[in-house]
Design a protein around this ligand. Structure first.
Ligand SMILES: [Fe+2]
Ligand SMILES: [Fe+2]
Length: 181
């Protein structure tokens, strides 16, 4: 099992033995009602938005830590990168949902500022640029690039989990086998 995949698996069962300080950095934001409310929205088929942002932020956090980068900004930006309060598949709420892929980074950045007024410019850019290359807004920091790539990595695994029975069975077995020592 690769270290990256192991980190991704751990994001499904974070606890005080394996969170590597993650909640010390983002605990207040992560445990807010706003972020916790994301559990009600589907993100990638069978995976809800709270699990998605947990996976992306934990993977980005651990990766940045490993490379000696600013893991705090990566985790703070990532934990709010999809902070919008609607189901993007809901066709009844208006045409603008069709442009969701392009627009939601800006909605998330506005919601993040409201939830966490101390947010830095760098963290805001991480949120605004996470949909690169779709939005053509290239991240201004290495941490932003890592969050954007982590988002794609997690989204791919979430879709595989939802659509491929064999993948799902293997993933669930792998989760059982994760060691927390
Ligand atoms: Fe997104
Ligand atoms: Fe995302």
């Amino acid at each position: 099992m690769s270290k990256l995949y192991e980190t991704y698996c751990k994001a499904y069962r974070l606890n005080d033995k394996n969170d590597e300080g993650f909640f010390d950095v983002v605990g207040d934001i992560y445990n807010s009602d706003e972020v916790q409310s994301l559990k009600q929205y589907e993100q990638h088929l069978e995976i809800d938005r709270l699990q998605h942002i947990t996976s992306v932020s934990f993977v980005a956090y651990v990766t940045c830590k490993k490379f000696g980068l600013d893991y705090r900004s990566a985790a703070v930006g990532a934990v709010m990168h999809d902070l919008f309060y609607y189901d993007w598949r809901d066709g009844e709420t208006g045409k603008w949902h069709r442009l969701h892929g392009y627009k939601h980074p800006n909605y998330a950045a506005l919601n993040a500022k409201e939830l966490f007024p101390e947010i830095t410019k760098k963290e805001t850019d991480i949120i605004r640029s996470h949909m690169w290359p779709l939005t053509l807004r290239f991240p201004k920091s290495k941490e932003g690039l890592i969050v954007s790539l982590s988002d794609k990595y997690c989204a791919t695994r979430e879709l595989l989990y939802s659509l491929n029975k064999k993948y799902r069975e293997r993933f669930l077995r792998d989760l059982e086998g994760i060691s927390y020592e």
